[in-house]
Design a protein around this ligand. Structure first.
Ligand code: ATP
Ligand code: MG
Ligand code: FE
Length: 341
């Protein structure tokens, strides 16, 4: 049975339809960066309004492309957290309304679970990773290492003590005078620079566990810029090299914490960074699985897929399910342990 997925937790409004096997029938994403760029970051109220304006059209569009009416679906899945509450309320309420009207089961999906399960989408990799595997989620809002041990069974092995890695990229880019969001701009600038021309710290490198910290690195970038002695491209290259080294070190530690892991899966916008990717590929003997970028950043295919996995296992969430701005992965349960209503 086909599933409609809805994503609205941050600054991407997205809808997608999968068939009962998990094949993508239609997908659409609207990225709001234009709306937020002049504020240098995501403004929650603007994001919520933009979701409200876009979501209906996106959903109609993917249903039309899939050739399905709402009544022909087998269920509806919408992100219910974690994220910005305004956007979550828009997406989850829209999904519940559609489900209620058509008498379909509804699933409130955890956004982090959706990122974690993306690598299992049929056809994405020659072989879907078997449990347990490691997930390294590196985005603008999240930075964590997770042991994925089964559907609904996650153990967070480490997280950031301050900034998320994408946030660090964006702040460093801002200090270098690049537009927001700056990660991709910084990577382009770094390509022409010499990383060895500037000495920057590598926070947490070699420390036990796999926590991250980026605020010291950001301060060092601010100081290097303020000195006025270095070329911006060299600072960018040194910053990127430091991040890549730290991320690789953390991945090595994560593997030591989950020696039985079958793969290292990356997700989040920073997975687009070639230097970070190359360093991750060399970090552990595990196969590095990087989904295509459009499935690494926020999207509704992953939400529909997580919903499909739970629907197939018999789960259906109550209409009273409230969106949660904070919803750590550790609090999730497998479908058969979630109270059926
Ligand atoms: P969430 O954390 O909820 O998933 P988000 O919108 O912040 O939300 P993504 O959309 O996954 O996260 O990714 C955006 C982040 O990825 C931004 O911080 C952006 O700068 C960073 N990014 C994108 N491309 C690159 C790149 N080539 N190199 C480094 N960072 C990048
Ligand atoms: Mg985003
Ligand atoms: Fe995300």
């Amino acid at each position: 049975q086909s599933v409609l997925g809805i994503e609205s937790s941050c600054d991407e409004t997205a809808a997608a339809v999968l068939d009962g096997e998990g094949r993508i029938l239609a997908e659409a994403v609207f990225t709001q960066s234009e709306e937020h760029a002049r504020f240098g970051g995501v403004v929650p109220e603007i994001a919520a309004r933009a979701h409200l304006q876009r979501l209906g059209g996106l959903v109609r569009g993917v249903l039309a492309e899939a050739g399905l009416g709402v009544g022909e679906l087998g269920g509806i899945a919408a992100t219910a957290g974690p994220g910005l509450i305004g956007g979550l309320v828009v997406g989850a309420t829209f999904g519940k309304g559609l489900a209620m009207g058509a008498g379909l089961p509804f699933i409130g999906v955890n956004h982090l679970e959706a990122h974690a399960l993306t690598a299992r989408l049929p056809g994405l990799f020659p072989q879907a990773p078997a449990y347990p595997y490691l997930l390294l989620l590196v985005s603008g809002g999240h930075c964590q290492c997770v042991a994925v041990e089964g559907l609904g069974r996650y153990r967070r092995l480490g997280t950031t003590l301050d900034d998320a890695v994408g946030e660090a990229f964006d702040k460093a880019a801002k200090l270098l005078g690049l537009p927001w969001p700056g990660g991709a701009h910084l990577e382009r600038l770094a390509a022409t620079g010499d990383a060895s021309a500037v000495k920057l710290p590598r926070p947490m490198l070699g420390r036990p566990g796999c926590d991250f910290s980026f605020s010291g690195l950001k301060t060092a970038v601010a100081q290097a810029v303020a000195k006025g002695l270095y070329r911006p491209q060299d600072i960018a290259a040194a910053f990127q090299t430091s991040v890549a080294a730290v991320v690789a070190d953390r991945a090595r530690h994560a593997h030591a914490m989950l020696p039985g892991a079958t793969a290292l899966v990356v997700a989040g916008g920073v997975a687009a960074n070639q230097t970070v990717r190359a360093s991750l590929a060399a970090a552990t003997p595990l196969p590095l699985l990087a989904p295509p970028l459009r499935l690494c950043t926020d999207n509704a295919v992953m939400v529909a897929w997580a919903g499909l996995e739970r629907l197939r296992a018999g789960q259906s969430d109550p209409m009273a399910l409230a969106p949660r701005p904070r919803w750590p992965l550790d609090e999730l349960r497998p479908p058969d342990e979630v109270a059926v209503t």
